[in-house]
Write a protein that binds this ligand. Structure first.
Ligand code: 8YV
Length: 327
């Protein structure tokens, strides 16, 4: 029996290509060429499945042009690159990589919060520029982390990981807002108190965004929300670009309407709003919250396992939709 053909759309760990090889005719992009939508469509011709990294949109146009495609396996937990309704209607399975990146991403969220609150990037640039000539009592004085109020918008698995770190590690008072409230048992474990979005904005000393990007969460933090925050507050976004209105944030940081921001994700990345590059009170990282070798390998392996299980007839392991499959 001939093996299904799959496309691996970006460069990936060689061991994952080896994992796929016994099961599939693998067409890999080990040169890591960045394909346009038209090029991706062309490469997907004759392919039954695809392993994607979250930067390639799977939309109605692509689905119509790739009638053989049966599964798109994302190597990401967020899947805003999928038009899920169009995929379901077209009978195409989507999968993501939950759980395997939760703790690593929560670690990074906390690191970014600390770097932002304690002005680490600004201080390092100052030192490297040879500007450090003497000590001053207020040199790079930042804001307190321990004992402060940690606000979390979006309380899924990663949000809960950040809450636990804040509550148990740093004695923080944790408040959160989410579409649905956690069970009393989970609230107790995270030592987190549910509040309205308005209360969250008004009370948080450090506000961390960990919600999925959807039509509803587009610009969930814009000028109006930033105006409700404390002028001493920090904002951390490890979720998705587009949840924050980056132009409004750049203006708020410039005018000191909030103290600082830590951003791992951006509207239109890899582009970054020039206003953010121009202000010192923001720590900027290039979408690396899940980037440790073991975690990225676990993500890639889970995406591969989804493809293998699906074509074995066992069903996808971590599906994001329930299509009636193309035969
Ligand atoms: C990915 C992520 O590395 O999993 C996600 O949703 O944002 C990251 O872990 C990134 O999406 C790769 O494109």
């Amino acid at each position: 029996m001939s093996k299904p053909h799959i496309l691996v759309a970006r460069d990936i760990f060689p061991e994952v290509i080896e994992q796929l090889a016994p099961h599939f005719e693998v067409h890999a992009n080990q040169d890591d060429t960045l394909w346009s939508q038209a090029e991706l469509i062309e490469r997907l011709q004759g392919k039954d499945g695809a392993l994607l990294t979250g930067t390639q949109p799977i939309n109605a146009e692509l689905l119509a042009a790739c009638p053989r495609l049966r599964i798109a396996a994302n190597m990401t937990v967020g899947y805003n690159n999928f038009d899920v309704a169009a995929m379901t209607a077209a009978g195409v399975q989507g999968t993501n990589t939950p759980d395997v990146l939760t703790e690593t991403t929560a670690d990074f969220g906390f690191a970014l919060l600390m770097a932002t609150a304690r002005r680490m990037a600004e201080a390092e640039h100052y030192l490297r520029a040879g500007l450090w000539k003497s000590w001053r009592y207020d040199m790079f004085a930042g804001s307190e982390v321990h004992g402060s109020t940690l606000g979390i918008l979006g309380m899924g698995r990663i949000g809960q990981g950040i809450a636990r770190r804040g509550a148990h590690g740093f004695g923080m008072n944790v408040i959160y807002h989410n579409r649905s409230r956690l069970s009393p048992a989970l609230e107790a474990e995270c030592q987190a108190r549910y509040v309205s979005k308005d209360e969250l904005l008004a009370q948080a000393d450090h506000l961390v965004l960990v919600l999925p990007y959807t039509r509803e969460s587009h610009h969930a933090i814009g000028a109006a929300e930033l105006a409700r925050m404390k002028p001493t507050a920090t904002l951390v976004n490890i979720a998705r670009g587009g949840i924050v209105d980056d132009a409004a944030l750049a203006a708020a940081l410039k005018d000191g309407r909030i103290a600082a921001a830590g951003l791992d994700v951006f509207e239109g990345e890899p582009g970054v709003h020039p206003g953010l590059l121009a202000v010192p009170n923001v720590v900027l990282t290039p979408h690396i919250a899940s980037a440790t070798v073991p975690t990225r390998l676990a993500m890639a392996r889970l995406a591969a396992d989804n493809l293998i299980a699906f074509f074995d007839g066992r069903g996808a392991l971590t599906p994001v939709n329930q299509p009636v499959h193309r035969s």
